[in-house]
Ligand binder design. Sequence first.
Ligand code: EPZ
Length: 430
Amino acid sequence: MDRIRIVGGNQLHGVIPISGAKNAALPLMIASLLTDDTLTLENVPHLADVEQLIRILGNHGADISVNGRRERQGESYARTIHFTSRNIVSTTAPYELVSKMRASFWVIGPLLAREGKARVSLPGGCAIGTRPVDLFIEGLAALGANIEIDGGYIDATAPEGGLTGGRYVFPKVSVGATHVLMMAATLANGTTVIGNAAREPEVADLAKCLNAMGAKITGAGTGTITIEGVRSLSGARHRVLPDRIETGTYAMAVAMTGGDVILEDTDSSLLETALEAIRRTGAEISETNSGIRVVRNGAGIRPVDIVTDPFPGFPTDLQAQFMGLMTKSSGVSHITETIFENRFMHVQELARLGAKISLSGQTAKIEGVSRLKGAPVMATDLRASVSLVIAGLAAEGETMVSRVYHLDRGFERLEEKLTRCGAHVERVSD
Ligand code: EPZ
């Protein structure tokens, strides 16, 4: 199994190209099941989660072709992928496939809308909390679906004549349930209004693509989304938006090591709250013609408190990385996680590098230390693992991160991007 070896101490200098967003690419790929025409997605990142979803869509009958210009240095990493689901050959998403990645559960929306039925295994994914599916069930029921749970599967059926438009106000913000309800409602009879919808940029990106396919969606990116159902959707070509979590991660890496880096092909408006928090730690962040410039020279890292929240708040997917940064701050900071109840697994691993962190309920108290020391550490989930990389970059000596497959789910060519900026990071295959 691969490991990542980091020798800490180098500053980062150079340019880091930001990939297409994993969390936009996944729902966009799933949306291809809504049409018998071809959906072409550009700027799709090459990640384990994308490959896994390709397998899942293939199981439903999607014909998928990839043209990629990848691998050569200096060229775009992005890939263009064509998805054609002329016929849905199976409306069942089996446990063996769905248990590996939670987002694959989202096929329930398009399958139900297009075929009138779906049998989808209850999901797996990163072990960061209980992550129930009650909001999906209630939302789809509001469109007239009949839903039963049977042997670890959800059996959803639409009434004769298909789903009907409805009104559903989420009691709690859910990104995935918003994606699913929006996709299902595109082909329902009549109009659907979703209240307390997730406002994440990936929801707006999905709506933009669905509208290009012929859907009638307004309000995506706000708390109220209105979808006027249409009879069918066509193909389209859509470019996946930049990965705001990857952008924030590398910005924090520079804030941690010091240096001067341009983050290319991204957009600061996708992560203003996080960039503001990084600024408050003492890094300078500015817009340039070629991208977001992050600089930290000489000055230490100031302690900053954050609380995670749905967009536009501080993203939970950057919480672990920010904690990595705070381990070397010049004082005491507090990080409160409000989205997931078990997203602090990086705490004990950061402690192995010398971090001083104590937990009280959903809040971590981080007492900054002046030096971290490299150690063997274990990745526990996707974002937790990259927080160990950030800490390792600023630790003295060697940090060896095992269980790297977590990183490969969400960070495209991490070691290459960091190495080109002067870091000592390499993949070791045993
Ligand atoms: C998406 O997960 C992201 N995944 C997550 O990123 C991200 O952390 C999360 O949104 C929050 O921003 C993708 O986009 C593929 P939710 P999702 O439904 O949709 C509870 C990463 O590292 N909930 O918004 O699964 C749930 O338990 C991943 O890239 C219910 O209670 O998250 C959580 O506490 C990890 N009932 C909260 O809502 C439900 O039916 C928010 O979850 C559904 C969710």
